[in-house]
Design a protein around this ligand. Structure first.
Ligand SMILES: Cc1cc2nc3c(=O)[nH]c(=O)nc-3n(C[C@H](O)[C@H](O)[C@H](O)COP(=O)(O)OP(=O)(O)OC[C@H]3O[C@@H](n4cnc5c(N)ncnc54)[C@H](O)[C@@H]3O)c2cc1C
Length: 281
């Protein structure tokens, strides 16, 4: 199906994008890679009268080592995260996840800013971003805001992003020496999206686990993390800690997987991800 007609605008700067958003109001949408927005427009689930293309804005496509954290510009594409040497050295979990996103075409067009702004509950990155305790940088009429990803993601397709704000970057803290990471996924065979995705970050004395695809937003498995923190990690302790990892979380079922199936597979994928990140498999 073709999308409804819309007017195309091209912003030359973040400030211009913000003023276009203010001027055109709720009928306007930013477009970056277009690989989430255009399919919803073709299905007529979204019908913006104005599209503001931000892909020509200079300075939003970068991966920068800031010492304690890596800053990833909002227009950075999945393929860049897959190949960038700074990501490989200091945030390798994101390269593992980028490798799992869609196909080549999607990875060549989709952006990290689009991922966080869209807040698709089946997207891959949010599992890693919550486990890494990333922050989202936004710019709006009131200035710059830096929000922990856990607060930024509210629910399905819903974030704290204001109607006239632009995501400019994602910041990922550099993990301590000796940290291992892993991403395990049960993929939807048609789209590649995560039916279940589990990211694990195992540092000396700490374990962080992020899950996606199960609920209305990506979340941390805090109880399992606490029981593994400081423990001697072996397959038995990991399996025990990750059993019932979705307890207390409202897990949905759909045509791809029932609620019970999702809960059960999440346990297994979480155990596998933590064991891999701990170097046990
Ligand atoms: C066939 C197919 C398979 C896919 N498979 C996967 C998969 O396996 N895993 C996965 O995680 N994803 C998958 N995706 C989604 C893909 O990763 C998208 O590229 C990504 O989710 C959105 O990035 P985008 O740049 O394309 O965003 P767009 O589609 O351009 O925008 C998405 C939304 O974010 C807003 N937006 C975009 N950039 C900004 C910004 N800087 N500031 C504020 N708002 C902004 C837009 O207004 C829009 O509402 C798939 C997509 C397709 C079409």
């Amino acid at each position: 199906m073709y999308p409804n007609p819309f007017e195309y605008h091209r912003a030359g700067s973040v400030e211009e994008a913000i003023s276009l958003l203010q001027e055109l109001g709720e009928d306007a949408k930013l477009i970056a890679g277009g690989h989430s927005l255009l399919p919803t427009m073709k299905l007529r689930l979204a019908n913006p009268a104005h599209l503001i293309d931000i892909t020509g804005i200079a300075g939003l496509d970068h991966v920068t080592d800031k010492g304690d954290y890596i800053e990833i510009g909002a227009l950075t594409r999945h393929v860049t995260l897959l190949k960038d040497p700074i990501i490989a050295a200091k945030a390798p979990l994101l390269a593992l996840i980028a490798n799992e996103v869609g196909d080549r075409q999607i990875r060549a067009r989709g952006t990290i800013g689009g991922v966080v702004a869209h807040a698709d509950p089946a997207a891959d990155y949010p599992a890693g971003l919550v486990a890494l305790e990333a922050e989202v940088v936004t710019l709006g009429p009131g200035g710059e805001t830096v929000t922990p990803i856990d607060d930024f993601l509210i629910s399905i397709y819903t974030t704290t992003l204001g109607p006239d704000e632009v995501v400019t970057a994602v910041r990922v803290p550099v993990q301590p020496e000796g940290t291992g990471v892993a991403y395990e996924k049960l993929a939807n065979q048609a789209s590649g999206y995560a039916i279940i995705g589990v990211a694990a970050v195992v540092s000396p004395g700490a374990v962080k686990i992020g899950l996606t695809g199960l609920s209305d937003r990506a979340f941390r498995a805090r109880e399992a993390e606490m029981s593994l923190a400081g423990a001697t990690l072996d397959l038995a302790s990991i399996k025990a800690a990750t059993r019932g990892i979705t307890a207390g979380v409202e897990v949905y079922g759909d045509i791809h997987a029932s609620e019970a199936y999702r809960r059960r597979v999440a346990d297994g994928l979480a155990a596998r991800a933590v064991a891999k990140a701990a170097g046990l498999s």
